[in-house]
Design a protein around this ligand. Sequence first.
Ligand code: F6P
Length: 336
Amino acid sequence: MENKIKRIGVLTSGGDSPGMNAAVRAVVRTAISCGVQCVGIRRGWQGLINSDFVQLDAASVGHIIGKGGTILYTARSEDFLTDKGRQRAVSTCKMLGLDGIVAIGGDGTFRGALALSRLGVPVVGVPATIDNDIGCSNYTIGFDTACNTAIDCIDKLRDTMQSHERCSVVEVMGRNAGFLALYVGIAVGATAVLVPERELDFERDVVERIRNARLAGNTHFMIVVAEGVGSAVEIGKQIHEAIGIEPRVTVLGHIQRGGAPSARDRETATRMGYFAVRSFVEGRGNCIIGTREGEMVEIPIEEALTMKKYLQMERYKVLEAVSVSVPKVNPNDLDG
Ligand code: F6P
C-alpha cells in the first residue's frame, strides 16, 4: 500500500516505565526507515496542547535504549480532559503537519488517544506501564524491569529480616491491579501476598500463613502487599495486634519505576514501536499494539479500552503450595 504518511509525532504520557525510551527510539528509527519524519512531543498530552515539541532524527535517539525514564518527559494532563484542551491539541497537530501520533503509556493515555482520534487525528497506542494492567495486551513495557527491581529490594530486605528473625511487610505498586505483587511474591517466596483482586480474609490470608510458617520452622516472614489493597502500615499494625510480633514496613514506591530496562522490556518496546509505525505506514492506525502469545496484534482503540485482563488466580495456588518451607530433615534420619 502507498505510504501517504509524511510526518508523525511520538509522546510518552502517564507514569513512566523502563523501556519507554526504547519504544521512542524504535518509533523514530522505523519512521525514518520508511521515509517518515518524526517529531517528539514533550510532556505527553499536555505537550501537544502547549505545542511543546522537539525534532527527532536517528542520531537523537542514539544510546537511549538502555536508559530508564523517558527523554520526552511525561505528565498527566488535566487540560486534555477538556474540549478546549483537546481542540488546542488538534491545532498543534495541524500546525506541525502531523499525520498521526504514537502515544506510549497506560490506560489514561489510551483514553486520550481515543478522544483525539475522534477529533480526526489518527493515533496508535503502545502499552507501557509497570502495572501490566492493560486489558488488550498480555504484556506492558516496564513490568519485567519493575518486578526485577522489587525482587532485588526484597532480597536485600530478607537478609536483614532473616538475621533479626523478623516479619517484613512490603508494599509494591500496581495501582488497582495485583500483577506486580503476585509475580514478585512468587519470585521472592513470600509468606503471603495480598492483591486487590482477592477479597482479604485477614485471619486466613495473613495470620494463618504466618502461623503455619512458624510451625514449619520459619523465623522470618515476608508479606507482600499490593498498593491497591491498602496501606502496608495498616497491615503491619493488624499483624502486631493479631499475633504480637512487630513487623517492619517498607513501601518500595517510585524506585520500582526507575532503572535500566531489562532485556524483555527493551525487546518488547522495540518491536511495539516498530509495529506502531508500520500500522500508520500501511494505512491503518487508530489502534493499540498489544502482545498475544508473544505475537504483536493491533486492536482498535475503542475495543481495546473495553477489554479486561484478569489476574490468573492459579498463580495464587502456586504461591500457597510452595512458599512455606517444611521442617528441615536431618539426612541421617532418612532410611537407606
Ligand atoms: O501507573 C503506574 C504507577 O506507578 C502506579 O503503580 C502508581 O499507583 C502510580 O503510577 C503512582 O503515580 P504517581 O507517579 O503520580 O505517584
